[in-house]
Design a protein around this ligand. Structure first.
Ligand SMILES: *[C@@H]1O[C@H](CO)[C@@H](O)[C@H](O)[C@H]1NC(C)=O
Ligand SMILES: *[C@@H]1O[C@H](CO)[C@@H](O)[C@H](O)[C@H]1NC(C)=O
Length: 407
């Protein structure tokens, strides 16, 4: 039997065929790596099981924030892990909340350090039956006392402790109390901060493809300046911050950063205009900060822009384009006093250009963090936790505050 189709029918079939090709392409490109996550979860269990046979171990599990951005979660997981180590307890780590899909995924898919020698929370009840857990609430003001009190409690004899309240809350992270934590935390970061190998692969690939130097002291690729261009949904958020008179967040408030990195005029939290000026800077102000950093660095002519542009934040691309055009303008560069035989910036690239293979999209943010950490100069936003995390990592690596500018 011969199947005969009208021209309309053929067109219909062809359309279906093409649509399924497109759908297949996007499915492959955007599908999260569920199989790989399952494998990591199994590995976490195996490694945790090995650990629990140890004699004399003490454990601590914390109530943690779940569902905020990557760096908000990362920052507190690292601080909790640090606190556990300071008090000779095994940190009970919880899955990472991948906010965009509201899924819990294995922590070792994102950060490796806090999982090493730690216990997966999947085994917590087995290792610490509820009746053997001491539940504590640590509510201490002023905040300067909180960290010390937490250590006193965790130094106690109980084998298992669960801290029921969320001790590293926003107000704590914005308070000067964290300055006292910094010296030890800085050492912690330099010893325990570690990306998993699948993220290191992406970072390596991005560095090679974009020709970015992998360390200021090496000579592969071009030296570059990284700038965190926090736009997208930030304007509304900044308005909220200015109405509620918020200061910079966590590591951007360190005295060293305040005296060497904060770009004038000084932030005045009692002045809404001042908060907006720092939180949602004009393109001119952004260009001023770049001028100030590159004016005396004739060798620095490449830029990597970290941004949150996506389908839902298209205007970010338009602003990026304007910055790119201004930076490549040689007349403007000369007028701004750039030294050397300059024609403005030679090479400018951004987050959207990092090479991402199917299944790798969840880790793009980690690539941004690391590229900004490795840059010769970093310019960031004092109200952003991504910036704060990068500042901490750079200083922990021995980087100088002068090579950082906080908008
Ligand atoms: C401690 O808190 C956990 C979880 O909230 C609960 O299951 C457990 O029974 C509590 N333990 C004690 C001794 O109150
Ligand atoms: C508030 O900040 C803006 C921007 O820096 C500044 O121009 C203005 O003079 C400040 N107002 C007061 C009252 O300090």
């Amino acid at each position: 039997m011969r199947l005969s189709l009208t021209p309309k029918g053929r067109l219909f079939l062809l359309t279906i065929f093409l649509l399924s090709l497109v759908a297949g392409y996007f499915y492959r490109k955007y599908r999260p790596p569920y199989g790989f996550y399952a494998e990591l979860a199994r590995r976490e269990l195996t490694e945790s099981r090995r650990l629990i046979n140890g004699f004399g171990h003490k454990y601590v599990k914390f109530r943690q924030l779940q569902g905020a951005g990557f760096n908000n979660q990362a920052q507190e997981i690292l601080l909790f892990h640090h606190l556990a180590l300071l008090t000779n307890r095994i940190y009970v780590y919880q899955p990472f909340m991948w906010r965009h899909r509201l899924e819990l995924q294995p922590l070792s898919g994102f950060l490796l350090g806090p999982t090493k020698g730690s216990l997966s929370s999947a085994l917590f009840e087995e290792v610490c039956p509820p009746e053997e857990v001491r539940n504590v609430t640590i509510n201490v003001e002023p905040y300067a006392e909180m960290w010390r009190t937490a250590q006193d409690i965790l130094n106690g004899p109980e084998r298992c402790i669960y801290v029921e309240n969320w001790i590293l809350n926003w107000r704590f992270l914005e308070s000067p109390a964290i300055h006292d934590i910094w010296p030890a935390y800085k050492t912690y970061l330099s010893q325990y901060y570690e990306w998993p190998s699948h993220i290191l692969d992406m970072i390596y690939r991005a560095g090679v493809e974009l020709n970015l130097r992998s360390h200021p002291a090496l000579t592969d690729g071009e030296p570059y300046l990284a700038i965190h261009f926090r736009r997208g949904d930030f304007e509304e958020h900044c308005q909220y911050l200015s109405k509620t008179q918020q200061p910079f967040t966590s590591w951007s408030t360190l005295p060293d950063i305040q005296s060497h990195s904060a770009f004038p005029p000084r932030l005045d939290t009692s002045n809404e205009t001042s908060i907006m000026e720092h939180c949602y800077p004009t393109l001119d102000r952004i260009l001023d900060t770049i001028d100030a950093q590159v004016r005396n660095r004739p060798h620095l002519r490449s830029v990597y822009v970290l941004h949150d542009g996506a389908w839902d934040h298209l205007p970010v691309y338009w602003q990026y384009y304007k910055i790119e055009r201004a930076l490549k303008n040689s007349a403007r560069a000369r007028k701004a006093g750039w030294k050397g035989d300059t024609v403005g910036m030679r090479f400018i690239t951004h987050s959207g250009m990092t090479p991402v293979k199917p299944g790798e999209r969840d880790w793009k943010v980690a690539v941004d963090v690391e590229l900004a950490r490795r840059a010769e100069v970093f310019i960031g936003n004092g109200f952003s936790s991504l910036t704060s995390q990068i500042v901490a990592l750079r200083l922990a690596d021995g980087g100088k505050a002068e090579d950082i500018t906080i908008l």
